[in-house]
Structure formats: C-alpha cells, structure tokens
Ligand binder design. Sequence first.
Ligand SMILES: NC(=O)c1ccc[n+]([C@@H]2O[C@H](COP(=O)([O-])OP(=O)(O)OC[C@H]3O[C@@H](n4cnc5c(N)ncnc54)[C@H](O)[C@@H]3O)[C@@H](O)[C@H]2O)c1
Length: 325
Amino acid sequence: MKAVVLGAAGGIGQPLSLLLKANPAVTELALYDIVNAPGVAVDLSHIATPAKVEGYLPPDDGLEKALTGANVIVIPAGIPRKPGINAGIVRDLAKAIATTAPKAFVLVISNPVNSTVPIVVEVFKKKGVFDPKRIFGVTTLDVVRASTFVSEILGDRSLSLSVSVPVVGGHSGVTIVPLLSQSSHPLPSSLDASTIDGLINRIQFGGDEVVKAKDGAGSATLSMAYAGAEFAGKVIRAIKGEKGIIAPTFVNLASDKTGGDALKKELGTELEYFSAPVELGINGVAKINGLGKINSAEKALVQAALPELAINIEKGVAFVEASKL
Ligand SMILES: NC(=O)c1ccc[n+]([C@@H]2O[C@H](COP(=O)([O-])OP(=O)(O)OC[C@H]3O[C@@H](n4cnc5c(N)ncnc54)[C@H](O)[C@@H]3O)[C@@H](O)[C@H]2O)c1
C-alpha cells in the first residue's frame, strides 16, 4: 500500500505524513514538496512502523518518482486561502498523476475543494483517464468539527469519538450542510432555534475560528491533518477489502451506476458534484447514498448551497478549459 503526500512539508502535510506513517496498513510513504520533503521523510523514517519513507523534490523527476506505483495520493499542496494560486498547483499535480499514476485514488485537500476537485476531474478527462470513482474531495474536517461541537453541546466531550453527523453539500461556508437531525446522538429537543443556528454556523465557518486564533500564521493544519488521515485511512481499509465503510466526501456524480443520478434527482439539480455519504469499496466509490430523511430547515440549507456550489464548480471547470495542458 503506497501512500503519497503532495505538499508534504507544509502545515497540513507534515502532521498528515506523520499520521500516515503511524498507519500500519501503509507500507510505502512517498513525500513530495517543492521544499524540505527529504528532511521530513528522514525524520519520519525513524518511527518504528512498517512504512518505508522517501522524500522527493522537483529535480531529477522527483514528482514522477514519488507518484510511481501510488495507491492513494493525498494533496494538501498549496497556499492557505489563495484559491487562484492553488488552482494552478492542483492542475499541474493532477497532470502528473494522470500521466504517472492514473489508477490511484486521489484525495484533494487543497482549497477551495469545491473547485479543486473539478480541476482534477477536468485534467483527467482531458488526459483520457477519468474515473469518477477515484477522485475525492476531503470534507472530513467538517464532519470532525460537527462531532466535536455536537458533543460539546451534549455536555460530554468523550462522546465526540462516537458522535457521527453527516455533513453534505460542499466544503466552504454555506455549502457546508450538517444534517443534525441525523446525528447518531440526537440533540435535546429543548434546544432553541438560535442555539441550533449557532451550531450550524459554527460548523460552516469553523475554519475562521482557527484563522483568527492563529492571527496571521495560517489556517487549520493539525485538525485538518487528523481529518485527512482519518479519511485516507478509510479509503485504505476499503480498497483492502473491508466492506460497509461510509464517509461523506465531495465526489463527481457522473457515474449513474453508483447512485449519482439518483442523488441529482433527489436534489433536483443538474450539478455534477456534491458531497454525500459515500460507501467506499475496492474500486473507490461503491455507492453514493442519498440524503435520507432530512427536516425542512435542512432541505432549505441544501437548496441554499446549490447556487454557490454551481459557481464554485464552474470556476474549476473554466480554469482547466482556459489552461494549456
Ligand atoms: N480541505 C480542508 O478542509 C482544508 C483545511 C485547511 C486548509 N486546507 C488547504 O490546504 C492547503 C495547504 O494548507 P497548509 O496550511 O498546509 O499550507 P502550507 O503553506 O503550510 O503548506 C503548503 C505546502 O504546499 C507546498 N507546495 C506549494 N506548491 C507546491 C507544488 N507545486 N507541489 C508540491 N507542494 C507544493 C508548499 O511548499 C508547502 O509546504 C491550502 O490550500 C489550504 O487552503 C484545506
């Protein structure tokens, strides 16, 4: 099981690489960055877990070497809150993946995920290697935040390990739709509307809390690394054959066979992407689940997310259309 981290020396990349090194299912770990990746790799290589760690820089075909034989590729490369620059970085990395590791499972962390996932897909389409089952936008941080904040409201943080709240839609602001009515641990019916609105708002804009607290020194990195490793771990377990693993993730809905069309019908949209609870399997997306029973307030949140999602998706598509590959 070869895992690759692109952007491995960054604020997310380093702790994410550490957590992947700690995953005993990973036998090879390739770390690529435009700076410092070999140092991070040697440091991690002393940890007594199975993964053999190698670090690569751009010279001497470093990117191609890192990608060769990859099973799972996680992309946290970029610059926090600089969407335009990230678009170009993700496009170029996707180009390399399409050439060197077209069958790998690609997990996109670089923001804005609502646009960077369409960028990877469009590059793969242009290169003739697109498979909608293998490209994922990592929205797990929203799920992790929802578990944490719900357990806080329930007054017992130890519950955060077992609280599960599906978060659907997309991965920025109002496109993030927590389905609190489906929380594994129901919220007390005595909660007033403003507390629920506050909770939803906190899940949607939790990233801003971190940016403010870091006071100019970046955005969420450690919680994002935890979330990224959690999702990558699920993908790894699924492709090794474990059944029944379901996780929300932002995916392309093109594949009718996996339930994409049914979800579009349920949403009443022609959008080609949505974050939904996805059952993972040996080939990646096994089944895109519908949203299930949601209340009228959640229906309104989903509908409010669609126009913004459409703009974000179109931006990603147009960016690749205007690019020379
Ligand atoms: N999906 C999420 O929930 C989520 C949460 C937080 C941040 N992010 C995004 O993750 C990305 C990384 O954030 P960070 O805080 O780790 O930033 P960072 O600046 O600390 O690290 C980014 C790393 O990417 C590297 N890099 C830049 N261009 C590259 C290229 N062409 N190839 C390989 N590596 C390259 C940089 O050298 C750096 O080491 C940002 O886009 C950020 O917005 C996503």
